[in-house]
Design a protein around this ligand. Structure first.
Ligand SMILES: [Zn+2]
Length: 245
């Protein structure tokens, strides 16, 4: 697909125009909402191959260096959401080594983690045997039929090739009145370099799209969520807490 061929996945109204290129990849920008995305978008299969560590090598305690400080940081973040956690069903999408799942479980949640990387899930299962971890693509995960009161997804949305499908799944697994907390790079932040290709987050093909405060709000709104809180960051990152309507 080339710019102009398809309606914007975020606003559904605009079409894309050439925006920037880096390392042989081209990005387009929606003329209506400003959403920036890889064009053409790589397939899910091509991207999945980047993330699944497969079966090579052994999972050891050293697979995640500084595990103790990772767990400490996860607990500090989880404490922000304590009122949404105790006795609730929560999911961490892209859970990696399982630190956030463990931290949320520590605060009394029934915590589940999902990650496409089977090596990461093997590590998490070994380190945190009291929690539940599932190795799956997020689309496949939807087939498990589980629903949640709180969904955490840190630095995930910039990796997802079909963001419309992702949001549909997110809406399906989040119970009405439930919350989702997401973080993703903020292309609208004043500290993003004037030449966007110099931004360290501007890294195709792993980062396939970029949001700002307006496009993320539009995306949530169109998929049945109401943004409840936006956290202001010194670094170019968005942190949004949204309610499932
Ligand atoms: Zn748009």
């Amino acid at each position: 697909m080339s710019p102009g061929d398809a309606a914007c996945r975020v606003c559904g109204a605009g079409t894309g125009a050439p925006f920037a290129h880096k390392d042989g990849y081209r990005f387009a920008r929606c003329g209506h909402c400003g959403f920036v995305y890889l064009d053409p978008m790589p397939s899910s299969e091509a991207l999945a191959a980047l993330y699944d560590g497969g079966t090579g090598g052994d999972i050891t305690a050293e697979s995640y260096p500084k595990a103790a400080s990772r767990l400490r940081r996860a607990r500090v973040r989880a404490l922000r959401f304590w009122r949404h956690l105790r006795g609730r069903d929560i999911l961490d999408i892209g859970c990696g080594g399982g630190f956030m799942v463990e931290a949320m479980g520590w605060l009394g949640a029934r915590a589940v983690g999902v990650d496409i990387d089977s090596q990461a899930i093997a590590y998490a299962t070994q380190q945190f045997p009291r929690r539940r971890f599932i190795a799956a693509d997020f689309d496949d995960f939807a087939g498990h039929g589980l629903t949640f009161d709180f969904v955490h997804a840190s630095e995930v949305m910039e990796h997802v090739p079909d963001i419309g499908r992702y949001m549909t799944v997110l809406a399906a697994i989040t119970r009405p009145g439930g919350r989702v907390f997401i973080t993703t790079p903020d292309i609208g932040h004043r500290r993003v370099p004037d030449d966007v290709t110099e931004w360290d987050m501007f890294s195709p093909p792993t980062h396939v799209q970029f949001f700002d405060a307006a496009t993320i709000a539009t995306l949530f709104d169109r998929h049945g969520f109401r943004p409840r809180r936006r956290y202001f960051k010194l670094k170019p990152g968005l942190q949004i807490l949204a309610e499932r309507l």
